[in-house]
Ligand binder design. Structure first.
Ligand code: NAP
Ligand code: ZN
Length: 362
């Protein structure tokens, strides 16, 4: 079925898509729209591999639209600009994250929190206002309204900046919003993966004290020595967890799979907050008393607004914050997904789109 708007998609594009919930990615030719008046066309240089890509590929959130081209940690170069574009010029290095449009009129949009607009449009697996399905950054180029893109400062290495567009902002925003960013605050970061490791770096740059809570004892050295955490707890070690009870002002939980949260609530000081970022499929087991005694709260947080994303990128450039990455080729992406599912990544895969995508087109 042709969707409204597809007839305007006249520019050929090439990427890798999954055709079903096996999640297997393979070459895919499709079309993108002409560059609109307020839009830029971006040649994708690098795209990070977020665990959300894996959730979507496998339809773990029961909302996947196939064919599905993932990718929302995009860094690229502007190759074409619309007549009314004022923020970017041709040749600029820019970033595109998880959303590419929103209603622009609701309270959230007016307050620069487009990420909470109920009509926001996801970069991939989202349906655009013209009725077309969006395809993400595992592709040669993308067209985006300039309002939903950010500038990448010259001092940031492009490949390791890519994960900031989702993982970076997803950690930065709740630390600030929930008052955990700054000296005197003790943050727990649960799950030392793509989000978690960048979170440690931001938290340290804010001056907070950081303890990583991990299910992998072998990550202790990286947490403490490479990322600069102040402490490391193995979540399955009851003695360690017991000794740390009541010590944290807030916890940011990035775990991508079902896991017990009661021990995490126990780590909080009175009035402490547990902020859930990991988008797990199954509901959590929760007892009211774990919150009542100590006036604790559980919250969620989703990425951040575009203005805050620019602020986060500028802060990262100023403080030399980047992701710890393993750069991969497009051909390697299915192996990378298998490894990500097993937790075998230190700490984010980034696809070198510019140098490795075209050769996969036969
Ligand atoms: P990731 O790189 O796979 O990291 C997740 C980490 O969680 C793993 O490294 C592992 O850390 C821990 N973990 C995984 N399975 C576990 C299990 N069964 N039990 C305990 N710990 C486990 O994933 P990511 O890209 O950081 O994304 C994490 C989650 O956040 C995903 O669900 C993703 O969809 C979601 N997300 C949310 C937002 C948002 O704005 N809310 C934005 C982006 C992503 P340890 O080895 O240290 O335990
Ligand atoms: Zn993501």
């Amino acid at each position: 079925m042709q969707r409204l708007g597809e007839k305007y998609q006249s520019v050929e594009a090439f990427g890798w898509a999954a055709r079903d919930s096996s999640g297997h990615l393979s070459p895919f030719v499709f079309s993108r729209r002409e560059t609109g008046e307020e839009e830029v066309r971006v040649k994708v240089l690098y795209c990070g591999v977020c665990h959300s890509d894996l959730h979507c590929l496998k339809n773990e959130w029961h909302s996947s639209i196939y064919p599905l081209v993932p990718g929302h940690e995009i860094v690229g170069e502007v190759t074409e600009i619309g007549r009314k574009v004022s923020k970017f010029s041709i040749g600029d290095k820019i970033g595109v994250g998880c959303i590419v449009d929103s209603c622009r009129a609701c309270e959230s949009c007016r307050e620069d929190q487009e990420n909470y607009c109920t009509k926001s449009v996801a970069t991939y697996n989202g349906v655009h206002y013209d009725g077309t399905v969006n395809y993400g950054g595992y592709s040669d180029h993308i067209v985006v309204d300039e309002r939903y893109a950010v500038k990448i400062p010259h001092t940031l290495p492009l490949a390791s900046a890519a994960p900031l567009l989702c993982a970076g902002i997803s950690m930065y925003s709740p630390m600030k919003y929930f008052g955990l960013a700054g000296p005197g605050k003790h943050i727990g970061i649960v799950g030392l993966g793509g989000l978690g490791h960048i979170g440690v770096r931001f938290a340290k740059a804010f001056g907070s004290k950081v303890t990583v809570v991990s299910s992998t004892a072998g990550k202790s050295k990286d947490a403490l020595e490479i990322f600069g955490a102040d402490g490391f707890l193995v979540s399955t070690d009851e003695d360690q967890m017991q000794a740390a009870m009541g010590t944290m002002d807030g916890i940011i939980d990035t775990v991508s799979a079902s896991h017990p949260i009661l021990p995490l609530i126990g780590l909080l000081k009175p009035s402490g907050k547990l902020v859930l970022l990991g988008a797990t499929e199954k509901p959590f087991d929760l007892h009211a008393f774990s919150l009542i005694l100590g006036r604790k709260s559980i919250a969620g947080s989703a990425i951040g607004g575009i203005k805050e994303t620019q602020e986060m990128i500028n802060f990262a450039a100023e403080h030399g914050i980047k992701a710890e990455i393993e750069t991969i080729s497009m051909e390697y992406v299915n192996t990378a997904m298998d490894r990500l599912a097993k937790g075998d990544v230190r700490y984010r895969f980034v696809i070198d789109i510019a140098n490795t995508l075209t050769v996969t087109r036969s």
